[in-house]
Design a protein around this ligand. Structure first.
Ligand SMILES: [Zn+2]
Ligand SMILES: [Zn+2]
Length: 203
């Protein structure tokens, strides 16, 4: 059922993320659209992803589209929404992709087991059943027609600065260095954020 391409992407994503799950499958589908519409995986910062959640799917985006935390071309807006915006800086095109709510897990049994597995109260049998449902849902997502899963809109690209390299400044309290933009001054002396917070916290 799954194409060779998708199978390859699934393997690549699992090796990065650690397991197969519905969230990862969503991330794969989103990544496929980004790559098809906007171009090749990002080696540097030519592609930028703005993600509005930090769950499993974002790992597929990092592994497949090359928008990663470390390169600075993965921007996290903590809105708790299944929305992903991709921007190609070279072609100046941008897409906003959101997941239709019908595609999210709604199976009661699945959700119930999910909670129990997380709380570590599930029996061996329940864990087995959960894994089966999880893989089944994941495969369903990989096989759904795109229009049943995603809403894709062309949007105007946001002006985003390239990731900057900043100088390091040593904190006078702990002696560790921090990026100059993160240094806080206390009585005119440079402090890293944790030291600054400890010294200024009012107990
Ligand atoms: Zn996962
Ligand atoms: Zn410090």
């Amino acid at each position: 059922m799954i194409s060779k391409d998708t199978e390859f992407m699934l393997k690549k994503s699992i090796s990065f993320h650690g397991h197969q799950c519905p969230g990862l499958a969503m991330g794969i589908r989103v990544s496929q659209v980004a790559l098809r519409e906007l171009g090749k995986p990002s080696k540097d910062e030519e592609m930028v992803a703005i993600v509005e959640n930090n769950s499993c799917g974002v790992d597929a985006i990092q592994a497949l589209v090359g928008c990663t935390f470390g390169k600075g071309n993965l921007i996290f807006n903590d809105f708790g929404k299944y929305v992903y915006t991709f921007m190609n800086r070279e072609t100046n095109r941008s897409l906003r992709i959101s997941i239709k709510k019908e595609a999210v897990i709604t199976d009661k049994r699945h959700l119930e087991l999910f909670t129990r597995v997380k709380e570590k109260t599930a029996s061996q049998d329940e864990i087995g059943e959960f894994k089966q449902l999880h893989i089944k849902k994941s495969n369903e997502i990989l096989n759904l027609p795109e229009e049943d899963l995603l809403i894709i809109k062309e949007v105007i690209p946001e002006p985003l600065p390239m990731a900057l390299i900043h100088e390091s400044v040593e904190c006078v309290r702990c002696g560790e260095s921090a990026m100059e933009t993160r240094i806080r001054l206390l009585n005119g002396e440079p402090h890293c954020i944790p030291c600054f917070n400890e010294l200024t916290e009012t107990v």
